[in-house]
Design a protein around this ligand. Sequence first.
Ligand code: FE2
Length: 234
Amino acid sequence: MQESTPRYNIYAVIHKALRAMMADALIRAGRTDWQDAADRGETLATVRGLLDFCASHLEHENDFVHAAMEARQPGSSADGQADHRVHVNAIRDLCDQAAAVEALQGADAVRVGEALYRSLAVFVGENYEHMHFEETHNNQVLWSRYQDHEIMAIEHAIRASLPPQENAVVMRWMLPNVSAQERALILSDMREQAPPEVFQGAMGLLRVHLSASDWQKAEAAVQSAGPSPLAAAA
Ligand SMILES: [Fe+2]
C-alpha cells in the first residue's frame, strides 16, 4: 500500500551527487585523447577522484547505514554488503588500469585508455543499479525499523564524520545537481551549521553552475529560509 506521507530518503541527494559525478567522469573519459598528456592527466585525475569518493562513500554506508539496518533487522544488509565487496575490487582494478594508461604512449595508451573507459562504464552501470537497490530495498528496511527523525540523525552523523575536503567534493556535486526544493533545504542547513565562508563558497559555486532560474530560486530560498528538518534532527 502506498504511504500517504513520503518517508525520508537518506540516499536521495547524495546519490544524485554520485550519479552526476559518475556521468561526468565517464563522459570525460570517452572524450579523452589518450596520446595528449595534459588531456589524459585531467581525465585520470577525474577518474581517480571519483574512485576515491566511491571508496569513501561505500565505507560510510557500511559503517552507518548498514550498521543501523543490522541493529534492528539482522541480515538485512547482506546483499548490499556483497555489492560493496564487488565494488571495492572494481575500484582497485580501475586504479590499476589508470596507472597502466599513465605509463604508456602512442597507440598503446589509446588501447589501454579505451579499455579503461569501457571498464568505467560497466562500473558506473553497476553502481546505478546498486543505488536503485539501496533506495528501494534498503529504504524499506530503514522505514520499517526507524522513524524519520532517527534516519535524519544517521545522515547527520555521516555528514559530521566527513573531513572538510570530502565535504567540499560532496557539495560540488550535490548542490548543482539536486532539485530547487532539495537545494533550498541543504542551503538552509548549511547557513545554520557551517562557517559563513563555507556558505558563501557554496553560493559562489552555485552561481557558476546553476541556470538563471535555479539561481533565482536558490537566492529566494536563502532569503526566506527557516530551520531545516535536518538541522532539527542534529
Ligand atoms: Fe552503496
